[in-house]
Design a binder for this molecule. Structure first.
Ligand SMILES: [Fe+2]
Ligand SMILES: [Fe+2]
Length: 245
């Protein structure tokens, strides 16, 4: 009977529980993990769900200095619209490791060199333009170098430990990697400042527009990548270690 009622209203028990929860008290990482599309709401309001994932939505909204109601309203619309996600949340650690490597590490290794190439061209051709992102090329090179060392550490140390089931050692490495994620987030913020929130001027050429389009994509990908590690994979490891204590 309950199932029928729920079906009539298009809501499952999980949806109803979620709607009754005070979202402001939930960690932003948990909301990003549970509600499909929540990350796009967080992008819309400039809320950091990857590195700031352990903080509550309330804390992050106050830190950003924005109104809570529109954010909550957008999240409730998503809950009404769709299934609560359990896709990557329910995936095994081995599946997550393969997905992160293929979808994010390998893609970043293609994205960044192309951005660096485009940026060098824009800086060279438009050096006199007041909106020229001076220094962006060097900044992106530094980001790639740091990211590459970080990804190698994950691929050669963290992921093999996870796959071998050595969870307590994996946890201590994950803590160091979380600190590095914070740094990636800061580097992204600097890139955004250098590019006026990744907004090209009206008279930007095709290369400049392509550079900023690529930079927006890298930003979304890198945030999703860090979210999957901090709030899903590393969270699973921490939970497992605490159950074994
Ligand atoms: Fe990674
Ligand atoms: Fe990472």
């Amino acid at each position: 009977m309950l199932m029928m009622l729920e079906k009539d209203h298009g809501l499952t028990n999980k949806h109803i529980r979620y709607k009754q929860m005070n979202l402001l008290e939930q960690s932003i990482g948990k909301i990003a993990r549970d509600i499909p599309g929540a990350t796009s709401v967080f992008h819309k309001y400039g809320l950091d769900f990857c590195c700031g994932g352990s903080k509550s939505l309330d804390v992050m909204i106050k830190k950003k200095g924005i109104e809570a109601d529109p954010v909550i309203s957008d999240l409730h619309k998503l809950i009404d619209l769709g299934e609560l996600s359990s896709s990557w949340n329910a995936a095994s650690k081995a599946e997550l490791v393969v997905h992160i490597k293929n979808r994010y590490h390998d893609i970043h290794r293609v994205q960044f060199p192309e951005l660096i190439r485009l940026s060098a061209r824009v800086e060279k051709v438009h050096a006199d333009h007041p909106a020229c992102p001076t220094g962006l090329t060097e900044h992106l090179q530094q980001m790639l170098e740091e990211l590459e060392l970080h990804m190698i550490d994950e691929e050669e140390n963290l992921f093999p430990l996870i796959l071998a089931g050595d969870i307590s050692k994996a946890r201590s490495i994950a803590e160091k990697l979380e600190d590095e994620h914070e740094n990636h987030g800061r580097m992204l913020e600097i890139a955004e400042k250098m590019t006026h929130d990744i907004s090209a001027p009206e008279d930007a050429c095709n290369t400049w527009n392509a550079l900023y389009l690529g930079l927006r994509t890298v930003k979304l990908d890198l945030m999703q990548h860090i979210h999957l590690e901090n709030n899903v994979l590393f969270d699973q490891i921490k939970t497992e270690v605490s159950h074994n204590v």
